[in-house]
Design a binder for this molecule. Structure first.
Ligand code: DQA
Length: 144
């Protein structure tokens, strides 16, 4: 069974209560449950994590790189300014493993500061704007 790391950045544990008009009314546990159900259907072994800490996210990426595990990453606000995460993502994809950047909202349709992703150039691909389906589309892609 193929393993995939689903990594979530800062504030995403606040789903459900945080700006529900943008991120929806379902919470992080709902997201986890939906992804685990899809992972099972696609025969993917998912490790789903969330952290507000750049260092923890980087350690998880490094571990996945060493283990050659594909990643679905919602870098949240780090998308827009974390060159440290970008470097870890670059090393991951340069090693031959996949990393799909996902966003629940479409950052390009929001404030100016969200229009720039420092991560995208280091990602295999980017999926944004489809709610929780952004993650599901990424998992489907990694399952083929
Ligand atoms: C987000 C978009 C980011 O701009 C924001 O900082 C987030 C969530 C999204 O999933 O739409 O925290 O990554």
């Amino acid at each position: 069974m193929k393993s995939v790391l689903v990594l979530n950045g800062p504030n995403l544990q606040r789903l459900g209560s945080r700006e529900p008009d943008i991120y929806g009314s379902l919470n992080f546990q709902d997201l986890t449950n939906q992804l685990l159900a899809l992972g099972k259907a696609l025969s993917l072994d998912l490790n789903i994590m969330q952290s507000d800490s750049e260092a923890e996210l980087m350690a998880a990426i490094h571990e996945a790189t060493d283990a050659k595990v594909d990643i679905v990453l919602n870098p949240a606000a780090f998308t827009h300014y974390s060159y440290a995460l970008a470097d870890a993502c670059k090393a991951h994809t340069a090693s031959g493993a996949n990393l799909i950047e996902v966003h629940i909202s479409n950052p390009h349709a929001r404030e100016q500061f969200r229009h720039k992703s420092v991560i995208s150039a280091s990602a295999t691909g980017v999926i944004a704007g489809f709610g929780f389906d952004s993650y599901k589309l990424a998992l489907r892609q990694l399952s083929v």
